[in-house]
Design a protein around this ligand. Structure first.
Ligand SMILES: Nc1ncnc2c1ncn2[C@@H]1O[C@H](COP(=O)(O)OP(=O)(O)OP(=O)(O)O)[C@@H](O)[C@H]1O
Ligand SMILES: [Mg+2]
Length: 263
């Protein structure tokens, strides 16, 4: 390999999009302190999917809220592409309850963020149509959220985030209220969205199979105060046939035992 090749190789090496070092979060409510996160260290390469699993109450949502910039009172370092969560304008957070406005149609729910950002009417319409088409929602554009199934609502919530072209997509247990089959469809959709948009995704899930199907990196958290107990690089992530493989069963069993052993 000559010098130029070596330099190109260096450039191709994926850099970390998200860097968290010694993160600590304490909640203070009516004089009572709760240490929610302590010494959390985590890195996630650009254009990869990270999955966080951990017992209830261990601080997963707390972690995501810090990264989303919703909780500025944290200690430690959190950088998104070199910027603090407060400086970064490139994050979208999808919550379990979808957060759709019930009095607006699918089309208007998806377009709203662009309107707020001051994108011109023509461009907003173009981008809304593009993303609704990508997620198979265009024919539902005139419906209101109440006229949609849970899976469809979740797709609208994803569309609403993606239309803003975020660099980092955060998802907090996005599919927990969906039935098993719809859930698997949504997981396939996340893979498609990831492939087509070149995003970095950080996903919280209670579902170990979901973590193994989607997460290039899987982070296991300890009970409260949460920290990262283990970080696994997962070769099965994004493999459509993964669920039928022995390695898939082995890895899910390993993670399940690991989590149970700590509870
Ligand atoms: N606003 C708050 N004020 C005080 N304590 C809080 C607040 N939000 C969360 N906590 C506490 O911090 C800890 C972590 O909560 P968090 O919501 O991050 O957990 P989680 O891992 O997302 O749980 P779950 O899996 O049930 O969603 C819990 O002990 C919780 O009671
Ligand atoms: Mg939570």
């Amino acid at each position: 390999m000559n010098k130029i090749d070596l330099e190109t190789e260096k450039i191709r090496e994926p850099k970390d999009y998200l860097e968290i070092e010694s993160l600590k979060v304490t909640y203070n409510q009516r004089g009572q302190e709760t240490l929610a996160l302590e010494n959390v260290n985590l890195t996630l390469p650009e254009a990869s999917i990270g999955a966080i699993i951990g017992p209830s109450g261990c601080g997963k949502s707390t972690l995501l809220n810090v990264v989303a910039g919703l909780n500025p009172s944290y200690e430690g370092k959190v950088f998104l592409n070199g910027k603090t969560p407060q400086e970064s304008n490139e994050v979208a957070l999808i919550l379990q309850e979808y957060g759709l406005l019930p009095w607006k149609t699918v089309w208007d729910n998806v377009r709203l963020g662009l309107q707020i950002k001051g994108v011109s009417k023509g461009e907003a319409a173009e981008r809304t149509e593009e993303i609704l088409t990508q997620l198979g929602l265009l024919q539902l554009r005139k419906r209101f959220p109440i006229q949609l199934s849970g899976g469809q609502r979740q797709r609208v919530a994803i569309a609403r985030s993606l239309v803003l072209k975020p660099e980092l997509l955060l998802m907090d247990e996005p599919f927990s209220s969906l039935d098993a089959l719809t859930r698997e469809e949504m997981q396939e959709l996340v893979l498609k969205v990831w492939q087509e948009n070149g995003l970095t995704i950080l996903l919280i899930t209670h579902n170990i199979e979901e973590a193994v199907f989607l997460g290039h990196k899987i982070f296991t958290m300890s009970p409260c105060p949460g920290n990262i107990l283990e970080e696994l690089t997962n070769p099965l992530a994004g493999d459509h046939e993964a669920r039928g493989k022995v390695e898939f069963l082995e890895l899910t069993n390993y993670l399940r035992q690991n989590l149970r052993g700590r509870e």
